[in-house]
Design a protein around this ligand. Structure first.
Ligand code: CO8
Length: 297
Protein backbone atom coordinates (compact mmCIF):
# COMPACT_ATOMS: atom_id res chain seq x y z
CA UNK A 1 0.00 0.00 0.00
CA UNK A 2 2.84 2.37 0.89
CA UNK A 3 4.41 1.60 -2.48
CA UNK A 4 1.25 2.58 -4.34
CA UNK A 5 1.04 5.78 -2.31
CA UNK A 6 4.63 6.72 -3.15
CA UNK A 7 3.96 5.94 -6.81
CA UNK A 8 0.86 8.05 -6.91
CA UNK A 9 2.66 10.93 -5.21
CA UNK A 10 5.67 10.75 -7.47
CA UNK A 11 3.28 10.95 -10.44
CA UNK A 12 2.36 14.37 -9.03
CA UNK A 13 6.03 15.27 -8.53
CA UNK A 14 5.23 16.25 -4.95
CA UNK A 15 7.34 15.50 -1.90
CA UNK A 16 5.36 14.74 1.21
CA UNK A 17 6.94 15.55 4.58
CA UNK A 18 7.81 12.50 6.64
CA UNK A 19 5.20 13.36 9.27
CA UNK A 20 2.48 13.01 6.64
CA UNK A 21 3.38 9.41 6.02
CA UNK A 22 2.62 8.42 9.60
CA UNK A 23 -0.80 10.04 9.27
CA UNK A 24 -1.43 8.47 5.89
CA UNK A 25 -0.34 5.09 7.22
CA UNK A 26 -2.48 5.39 10.32
CA UNK A 27 -5.45 6.27 8.16
CA UNK A 28 -4.72 3.52 5.71
CA UNK A 29 -4.48 0.90 8.44
CA UNK A 30 -7.88 1.96 9.65
CA UNK A 31 -9.62 2.03 6.28
CA UNK A 32 -7.35 0.16 3.91
CA UNK A 33 -10.01 -1.18 1.61
CA UNK A 34 -11.70 2.21 1.28
CA UNK A 35 -8.63 4.23 0.32
CA UNK A 36 -8.10 5.37 -3.23
CA UNK A 37 -5.83 8.07 -4.58
CA UNK A 38 -7.36 10.32 -7.23
CA UNK A 39 -3.96 11.75 -8.17
CA UNK A 40 -4.82 14.52 -10.64
CA UNK A 41 -2.02 16.82 -11.76
CA UNK A 42 -2.08 19.35 -8.96
CA UNK A 43 1.17 21.08 -7.95
CA UNK A 44 0.26 22.53 -4.55
CA UNK A 45 -2.35 20.19 -3.13
CA UNK A 46 -2.98 16.46 -2.88
CA UNK A 47 -6.41 14.91 -3.28
CA UNK A 48 -7.69 11.49 -2.46
CA UNK A 49 -10.91 9.90 -1.33
CA UNK A 50 -11.59 7.78 1.71
CA UNK A 51 -14.79 5.92 0.93
CA UNK A 52 -17.38 8.77 0.75
CA UNK A 53 -15.06 11.53 1.99
CA UNK A 54 -12.95 13.66 -0.34
CA UNK A 55 -9.66 14.78 1.22
CA UNK A 56 -7.76 17.89 0.11
CA UNK A 57 -4.27 18.31 1.58
CA UNK A 58 -2.52 21.68 1.23
CA UNK A 59 0.98 20.79 0.12
CA UNK A 60 3.47 23.65 -0.04
CA UNK A 61 5.37 22.63 3.11
CA UNK A 62 8.45 24.77 2.36
CA UNK A 63 6.27 27.91 2.23
CA UNK A 64 4.24 26.76 5.26
CA UNK A 65 1.30 26.12 2.91
CA UNK A 66 1.03 29.81 2.01
CA UNK A 67 -2.11 30.25 -0.06
CA UNK A 68 -0.82 31.32 -3.45
CA UNK A 69 -3.34 32.03 -6.22
CA UNK A 70 -2.31 28.79 -7.92
CA UNK A 71 -2.91 26.81 -4.75
CA UNK A 72 -6.30 28.40 -4.24
CA UNK A 73 -7.36 27.70 -7.83
CA UNK A 74 -6.42 24.05 -7.23
CA UNK A 75 -8.38 23.95 -3.97
CA UNK A 76 -11.40 25.44 -5.76
CA UNK A 77 -11.07 22.92 -8.58
CA UNK A 78 -10.84 19.99 -6.15
CA UNK A 79 -13.79 21.32 -4.11
CA UNK A 80 -15.88 21.61 -7.25
CA UNK A 81 -14.99 18.07 -8.36
CA UNK A 82 -15.82 16.56 -4.98
CA UNK A 83 -19.00 18.66 -4.72
CA UNK A 84 -20.20 17.35 -8.09
CA UNK A 85 -19.16 13.74 -7.43
CA UNK A 86 -22.23 11.74 -6.33
CA UNK A 87 -20.03 9.15 -4.60
CA UNK A 88 -18.68 11.82 -2.20
CA UNK A 89 -20.78 13.02 0.74
CA UNK A 90 -18.35 15.27 2.63
CA UNK A 91 -14.98 16.99 2.14
CA UNK A 92 -12.04 17.43 4.52
CA UNK A 93 -9.35 20.09 4.06
CA UNK A 94 -6.10 19.65 5.95
CA UNK A 95 -2.45 20.69 5.99
CA UNK A 96 0.26 18.74 7.74
CA UNK A 97 1.00 18.14 11.41
CA UNK A 98 3.24 21.23 11.59
CA UNK A 99 1.09 23.79 9.83
CA UNK A 100 -2.33 24.18 8.25
CA UNK A 101 -1.50 27.42 6.43
CA UNK A 102 0.50 30.57 7.20
CA UNK A 103 -1.98 32.64 5.19
CA UNK A 104 -2.09 34.36 1.83
CA UNK A 105 1.18 34.26 -0.09
CA UNK A 106 2.79 37.51 1.07
CA UNK A 107 5.42 37.38 -1.69
CA UNK A 108 2.63 37.36 -4.28
CA UNK A 109 1.28 40.59 -2.76
CA UNK A 110 4.61 42.46 -2.64
CA UNK A 111 3.97 44.50 -5.80
CA UNK A 112 0.21 44.54 -5.61
CA UNK A 113 -1.45 47.93 -6.12
CA UNK A 114 -4.93 49.11 -5.30
CA UNK A 115 -5.71 49.82 -8.95
CA UNK A 116 -4.64 46.38 -10.07
CA UNK A 117 -6.29 44.48 -7.22
CA UNK A 118 -9.51 46.45 -7.76
CA UNK A 119 -9.51 45.97 -11.53
CA UNK A 120 -8.75 42.24 -11.33
CA UNK A 121 -10.88 41.63 -8.23
CA UNK A 122 -7.75 40.23 -6.58
CA UNK A 123 -8.39 37.06 -4.56
CA UNK A 124 -12.10 37.12 -5.39
CA UNK A 125 -11.83 33.38 -6.06
CA UNK A 126 -11.26 32.81 -2.33
CA UNK A 127 -15.03 33.03 -1.93
CA UNK A 128 -15.69 29.88 -3.98
CA UNK A 129 -15.60 27.65 -0.90
CA UNK A 130 -18.75 29.37 0.31
CA UNK A 131 -20.65 27.93 -2.68
CA UNK A 132 -19.84 24.30 -1.85
CA UNK A 133 -23.06 22.41 -1.10
CA UNK A 134 -21.57 19.45 0.74
CA UNK A 135 -20.20 19.76 4.28
CA UNK A 136 -16.55 20.83 4.46
CA UNK A 137 -14.48 20.00 7.55
CA UNK A 138 -11.14 21.66 8.37
CA UNK A 139 -8.63 19.39 10.14
CA UNK A 140 -6.01 21.80 11.45
CA UNK A 141 -2.73 21.23 13.22
CA UNK A 142 0.43 23.06 14.11
CA UNK A 143 1.65 26.50 14.94
CA UNK A 144 0.10 28.42 12.08
CA UNK A 145 -3.45 28.81 10.97
CA UNK A 146 -2.76 32.44 10.30
CA UNK A 147 -4.39 35.18 8.26
CA UNK A 148 -5.95 33.61 5.18
CA UNK A 149 -5.22 30.19 6.70
CA UNK A 150 -7.39 31.01 9.68
CA UNK A 151 -10.00 32.47 7.31
CA UNK A 152 -9.94 29.33 5.16
CA UNK A 153 -10.55 27.20 8.27
CA UNK A 154 -13.37 29.52 9.37
CA UNK A 155 -14.94 29.23 5.90
CA UNK A 156 -15.33 25.49 6.49
CA UNK A 157 -18.45 24.13 8.19
CA UNK A 158 -16.67 22.40 11.07
CA UNK A 159 -13.15 22.83 12.50
CA UNK A 160 -11.38 19.97 14.28
CA UNK A 161 -8.04 21.05 15.77
CA UNK A 162 -4.93 19.43 17.20
CA UNK A 163 -4.18 20.29 20.82
CA UNK A 164 -1.10 22.35 19.88
CA UNK A 165 -2.82 24.29 17.06
CA UNK A 166 -2.50 28.07 17.10
CA UNK A 167 -4.71 30.52 15.20
CA UNK A 168 -4.39 34.20 14.44
CA UNK A 169 -5.14 37.16 12.17
CA UNK A 170 -1.70 38.83 12.04
CA UNK A 171 -2.43 41.03 9.00
CA UNK A 172 -2.12 44.19 11.12
CA UNK A 173 1.63 43.48 11.36
CA UNK A 174 1.83 43.65 7.55
CA UNK A 175 -0.07 46.92 7.31
CA UNK A 176 -3.16 45.01 6.19
CA UNK A 177 -6.42 43.75 7.63
CA UNK A 178 -8.04 40.34 7.13
CA UNK A 179 -9.58 40.23 3.65
CA UNK A 180 -11.32 36.87 3.37
CA UNK A 181 -13.96 37.22 6.07
CA UNK A 182 -11.72 37.26 9.16
CA UNK A 183 -13.22 40.39 10.70
CA UNK A 184 -16.74 39.11 10.00
CA UNK A 185 -16.68 35.38 10.78
CA UNK A 186 -14.46 35.71 13.84
CA UNK A 187 -16.63 38.51 15.26
CA UNK A 188 -19.85 36.54 14.73
CA UNK A 189 -18.44 33.63 16.72
CA UNK A 190 -16.31 35.19 19.46
CA UNK A 191 -17.99 38.61 19.85
CA UNK A 192 -16.71 42.15 19.37
CA UNK A 193 -14.29 42.49 22.28
CA UNK A 194 -12.31 39.30 21.58
CA UNK A 195 -12.35 39.87 17.81
CA UNK A 196 -11.05 43.42 18.28
CA UNK A 197 -8.32 42.19 20.60
CA UNK A 198 -7.21 39.51 18.14
CA UNK A 199 -7.44 41.53 14.91
CA UNK A 200 -5.96 44.76 16.28
CA UNK A 201 -3.07 43.08 18.12
CA UNK A 202 -2.39 40.25 15.66
CA UNK A 203 -1.91 37.91 18.63
CA UNK A 204 -2.34 34.18 18.24
CA UNK A 205 -4.88 32.11 20.16
CA UNK A 206 -4.82 28.45 21.09
CA UNK A 207 -6.97 25.51 20.04
CA UNK A 208 -8.28 25.36 23.61
CA UNK A 209 -9.39 29.02 23.48
CA UNK A 210 -10.95 28.44 20.07
CA UNK A 211 -12.89 25.44 21.37
CA UNK A 212 -14.05 27.36 24.44
CA UNK A 213 -15.36 30.17 22.19
CA UNK A 214 -17.13 27.76 19.81
CA UNK A 215 -14.85 28.48 16.83
CA UNK A 216 -13.54 24.90 16.93
CA UNK A 217 -15.85 21.92 17.52
CA UNK A 218 -13.36 19.56 19.13
CA UNK A 219 -9.68 19.35 20.03
CA UNK A 220 -7.76 16.08 19.62
CA UNK A 221 -4.21 14.81 20.06
CA UNK A 222 -2.23 15.93 17.01
CA UNK A 223 -1.99 12.49 15.41
CA UNK A 224 -5.76 11.90 15.61
CA UNK A 225 -7.17 15.10 14.10
CA UNK A 226 -7.28 14.04 10.47
CA UNK A 227 -8.63 10.59 11.24
CA UNK A 228 -11.40 12.08 13.43
CA UNK A 229 -12.27 14.62 10.73
CA UNK A 230 -12.59 11.87 8.14
CA UNK A 231 -14.72 9.83 10.54
CA UNK A 232 -17.00 12.84 10.99
CA UNK A 233 -17.16 13.24 7.21
CA UNK A 234 -18.17 9.55 6.89
CA UNK A 235 -20.91 10.17 9.44
CA UNK A 236 -22.27 13.14 7.44
CA UNK A 237 -21.93 11.16 4.21
CA UNK A 238 -23.95 8.30 5.69
CA UNK A 239 -27.15 10.38 5.48
CA UNK A 240 -29.24 11.49 2.52
CA UNK A 241 -27.22 14.01 0.49
CA UNK A 242 -30.07 16.44 -0.27
CA UNK A 243 -31.08 16.42 3.40
CA UNK A 244 -27.51 17.09 4.57
CA UNK A 245 -27.35 19.90 2.02
CA UNK A 246 -30.62 21.36 3.34
CA UNK A 247 -29.33 21.15 6.93
CA UNK A 248 -26.10 22.94 5.96
CA UNK A 249 -28.01 25.63 4.08
CA UNK A 250 -30.33 26.19 7.04
CA UNK A 251 -27.52 26.46 9.61
CA UNK A 252 -25.69 28.90 7.32
CA UNK A 253 -28.86 30.99 7.03
CA UNK A 254 -28.48 31.72 10.75
CA UNK A 255 -25.46 33.86 9.82
CA UNK A 256 -27.36 35.94 7.30
CA UNK A 257 -30.94 36.29 8.52
CA UNK A 258 -32.82 37.64 11.53
CA UNK A 259 -34.21 34.98 13.90
CA UNK A 260 -37.70 35.41 12.49
CA UNK A 261 -36.52 35.17 8.86
CA UNK A 262 -34.21 32.27 9.71
CA UNK A 263 -36.96 30.26 11.38
CA UNK A 264 -39.24 30.99 8.41
CA UNK A 265 -36.52 29.79 6.00
CA UNK A 266 -35.95 26.65 8.09
CA UNK A 267 -39.69 25.82 8.21
CA UNK A 268 -40.06 26.18 4.44
CA UNK A 269 -37.07 23.90 3.83
CA UNK A 270 -38.42 21.44 6.42
CA UNK A 271 -41.79 21.34 4.63
CA UNK A 272 -40.12 20.93 1.23
CA UNK A 273 -38.20 17.87 2.42
CA UNK A 274 -41.48 15.91 2.60
CA UNK A 275 -41.25 15.76 -1.20
CA UNK A 276 -38.06 13.67 -1.07
CA UNK A 277 -38.08 9.88 -1.39
CA UNK A 278 -35.40 9.87 1.30
CA UNK A 279 -37.75 11.61 3.70
CA UNK A 280 -40.40 8.92 3.10
CA UNK A 281 -37.69 6.26 3.43
CA UNK A 282 -36.37 7.65 6.72
CA UNK A 283 -39.78 7.71 8.35
CA UNK A 284 -40.74 4.28 6.97
CA UNK A 285 -37.47 2.78 8.19
CA UNK A 286 -38.09 4.16 11.67
CA UNK A 287 -41.68 2.88 11.76
CA UNK A 288 -40.60 -0.59 10.58
CA UNK A 289 -37.54 -0.76 12.83
CA UNK A 290 -35.02 -1.15 10.00
CA UNK A 291 -32.03 0.77 8.66
CA UNK A 292 -32.89 3.37 5.98
CA UNK A 293 -31.62 2.89 2.46
CA UNK A 294 -30.93 6.41 1.19
CA UNK A 295 -31.24 6.92 -2.58
CA UNK A 296 -30.34 10.64 -2.42
CA UNK A 297 -33.47 11.75 -4.20
N1 CO8 B 1 3.46 33.87 2.41
C1 CO8 B 1 4.56 33.51 1.72
N2 CO8 B 1 5.58 32.82 2.26
C2 CO8 B 1 5.50 32.47 3.57
C3 CO8 B 1 4.38 32.83 4.35
C4 CO8 B 1 3.31 33.55 3.72
N3 CO8 B 1 2.18 33.88 4.36
N4 CO8 B 1 4.58 32.37 5.61
C5 CO8 B 1 5.77 31.75 5.60
N5 CO8 B 1 6.33 31.81 4.37
C6 CO8 B 1 7.60 31.27 3.94
C7 CO8 B 1 8.78 32.10 4.45
O1 CO8 B 1 9.01 33.20 3.61
C8 CO8 B 1 9.89 31.08 4.41
O2 CO8 B 1 10.32 30.92 3.07
P1 CO8 B 1 11.93 30.93 2.72
O3 CO8 B 1 12.45 29.70 3.41
O4 CO8 B 1 11.97 30.84 1.23
O5 CO8 B 1 12.48 32.18 3.29
C9 CO8 B 1 9.20 29.79 4.80
O6 CO8 B 1 7.81 29.99 4.54
C10 CO8 B 1 9.35 29.44 6.26
O7 CO8 B 1 8.90 30.56 7.01
P2 CO8 B 1 9.76 31.20 8.20
O8 CO8 B 1 11.22 31.06 7.92
O9 CO8 B 1 9.25 32.58 8.44
O10 CO8 B 1 9.36 30.21 9.39
P3 CO8 B 1 9.35 30.55 10.96
O11 CO8 B 1 9.12 29.24 11.62
O12 CO8 B 1 10.52 31.36 11.35
O13 CO8 B 1 8.05 31.47 11.16
C11 CO8 B 1 5.74 32.10 10.87
C12 CO8 B 1 6.76 30.97 10.92
C13 CO8 B 1 5.61 32.78 12.24
C14 CO8 B 1 4.40 31.49 10.47
C15 CO8 B 1 6.20 33.16 9.83
O14 CO8 B 1 6.53 32.49 8.62
C16 CO8 B 1 5.16 34.18 9.51
O15 CO8 B 1 4.96 35.10 10.29
N6 CO8 B 1 4.51 34.06 8.33
C17 CO8 B 1 3.53 35.04 7.89
C18 CO8 B 1 2.20 34.88 8.60
C19 CO8 B 1 1.26 35.96 8.15
O16 CO8 B 1 1.50 37.14 8.33
N7 CO8 B 1 0.11 35.54 7.55
C20 CO8 B 1 -0.87 36.47 7.05
C21 CO8 B 1 -0.66 36.71 5.58
S1 CO8 B 1 -1.71 37.97 4.93
C22 CO8 B 1 -3.18 37.16 4.70
O17 CO8 B 1 -3.31 35.98 4.91
C23 CO8 B 1 -4.30 37.99 4.19
C24 CO8 B 1 -5.43 37.16 3.58
C25 CO8 B 1 -6.28 38.08 2.76
C26 CO8 B 1 -7.24 37.34 1.82
C27 CO8 B 1 -7.91 38.32 0.90
C28 CO8 B 1 -9.00 37.64 0.05
C29 CO8 B 1 -9.81 38.65 -0.80
Amino acid sequence: MLVSLVRSLSRQRIRVPVSRFSTYNALRNNSEKDYKSDAPNYESILTESHDKVGLITLNRPKALNALSSDLFHEVNDALKKFDNDPSIGAIVITGNERVFSAGADIKEMLNQTFANSYKTNFLFHWGEINNVRKPVIAAVNGFAQLGGGCELAMSCDVIYAGETAKFGQPEIKLGLIPGAGGTQRLTRVVGKSKAMEIVLSGRTFTAQEAEQWGLVSKVFPVSEVLEKAIELGQEFAGFSQPVVQAAKESVNAAYELSLREGCHFERRIFQALFSLNDSKEGKDAFANKREPNWTHD
